[in-house]
Design a protein around this ligand. Structure first.
Ligand code: BGP
Length: 478
């Protein structure tokens, strides 16, 4: 007997900039990822101020979902998806963020997409900002450091709420808002990279700008959530956290306290604000340590209180360990911080695989907030091999997902109110951290390669049929 709710939202997740392509069609403006070149695990991708004709920008075509969405959603429906998480690319609606009138062609594209979901009985779950800041706002305001962005974001959200009020019920404000707590979050998340050109991993760090930017995002999110609650009572509004669980390396109290500090900054700081509606008591210690003096305007703290979210969502890929021993081995990986956990194995990209960590994280989150939770990203980025007969035997991916679903089930049995599960990159797409196609997550393979070539043909992987059975059995047959 399934432990998951009868109406459990099984599905998959993507982000507009990583799959749509059509980066400058039908009036779309350029967003931050459109300025990012391709990279690999070893060689970080770069951001450029101008779009250069001699550089390759993977988001420009991506997997051309813009022209393939009907075919792709049909395949999602065949797997039995109840929900499809995608984002609206802000630059399709307001190309520079500052227009007074929205771009009708951009709005029409998402009309078509959401109607197609509806045709198959799939509920859209829409991220309003998934690393898709108009680049013009980086150039003019240093991204979210500029307070002006709050009103510009509100204008954009009001437009899409009005337009899609009958088509979309579930909304997330900012994808992985806590990326701003890490230096590399300056590119994709806070956009505090005005005039910067170079590796996305070497941005000169400016914690003052990052934390101020996050404050503006918190206020923007709260205003939009409040507005939605007042005008569209049928909407459900969520936050989204990149949950990178960490453990103390040993029971040495130094390790335990170090880990608590990392967990607060990385995983709790943002959601404490968005779920509880106030900065936590330890926030000042984070700002002091980073040398940050936050500018909080009159009314901001009231706004945070008035715009708390209805449900909590997270991405979960890995965990790491924290050690006070200066000789402890650091993890490789391109986004993690911390140390290697000797009990875990890592993916080819250095992300330490830890299904039990998901169980632990869900328990901790639910104990802390007591509101419904949804896992809106999880999955294994791996190289796939196309066999001669055209098949892709991705047992490694099935094993990863199975193990995580088993642990989710245990958390549910222990009382966690889990609403749904949307594994990341349900169709192969461009990697956010490296810009590669080779780091594949999908149930559906796309013939598109790192040099930009490929027919864009879609093929079902072995995991496609596996996931279909998982959904059919509500998580019973794994
Ligand atoms: C999250 C992002 C996604 C996504 C995923 C996998 O951080 O929200 O946009 O891409 O991670 O990461 P990657 O693409 O770097 O493998």
């Amino acid at each position: 007997m399934s432990v998951f709710r009868k109406d459990f939202l099984w599905g998959g997740a993507v982000a507009a900039n990583q799959l749509e392509g059509a980066w400058n069609l039908d009036g779309k403006g350029d967003s931050v990822p459109d300025h990012c070149t391709n990279g690999t695990y070893e060689t970080p991708k770069r951001i450029t101020v101008e779009i250069k004709p001699d550089q390759f920008y993977p988001s420009h075509e991506a997997i051309d979902f813009y022209h393939h969405y009907e075919e792709d959603i049909k395949l999602f429906a065949e797997m039995g998806f109840k929900v499809f998480r995608t984002s609206i690319n802000w630059t399709r609606i307001y190309p520079t963020g500052e227009e007074t009138e929205p771009n009708e062609a951009g709005l029409r594209f998402y009309d078509g997409l959401f109607e197609c979901c509806k045709k198959y009985g799939i509920e859209p779950l829409v991220t309003l900002s998934h690393y898709e800041l108009p680049y013009a706002l980086v150039a003019k305001y240093n991204g979210w450091e500029g307070r002006e962005l709050i009103a510009l974001f509100e204008k954009y959200c009001h437009t899409v709420f009005e337009r899609y009020q009958d088509k979309v019920k579930y909304w997330l404000t900012f994808n992985e808002i806590n990326a701003g707590t890490m230096p590399f979050g300056a590119v994709l998340s806070t956009g505090t990279v005005k005039g910067y050109e170079g590796s996305v991993m070497n941005v000169p760090d400016d914690p003052q700008a990052r934390y101020q930017a996050m404050h503006h995002q918190f206020v923007a999110s709260a205003r939009v959530v409040k507005y939605a609650h007042e005008h569209y009572p049928q909407f459900k509004m969520g936050n989204m956290i990149c949950f990178i669980l960490s453990y103390p390396m040993t029971c040495n109290p130094d390790d335990v306290l170090l880990n608590e500090k990392v967990m607060r900054r990385m995983n709790w700081y943002c959601s404490d604000v968005m779920v509880r509606g106030a900065y936590p008591s330890y926030a000042k210690s984070i700002w002091d340590e980073a040398g940050v003096r936050l500018k909080i305007e009159d009314g901001d703290l009231e706004t945070l209180k008035e715009g708390t979210v209805d449900f909590y969502t997270l991405s979960y890929y890995m965990s790491n360990a924290q050690s006070s021993d200066v000789h402890a081995e650091k993890i490789g990986g391109n986004i993690g911080t911390g140390h290697k956990n000797p009990y875990l194995k890592a993916s080819d990209w250095g992300w330490q695989i830890d299904p039990q960590g998901l169980h632990f994280a869900l328990n901790e989150i639910y104990d802390r907030y007591g509101i419904p939770i949804m896992v809106v990203e999880n999955g294994l980025g791996a190289k796939d091999t196309l066999e001669e007969d055209g098949s892709i035997i991705d047992d490694y991916r099935i094993n990863y997902l199975r193990a995580h679903i088993e642990e989710m089930a245990k958390a549910v049995e222990e009382g966690v109110d889990l609403m749904g599960y949307t594994p990341w990159g349900c169709i192969d797409l461009v990697s956010a951290s490296t810009g590669e196609m080779a780091k594949r997550y999908g149930f559906i393979y796309v013939e598109k390669y790192d040099d930009g070539t490929g027919s864009l043909a879609r093929r079902k992987k072995k995991s496609f049929d596996w996931y279909k059975k998982v959904i059919e059995s509500n998580g019973d047959i794994l």
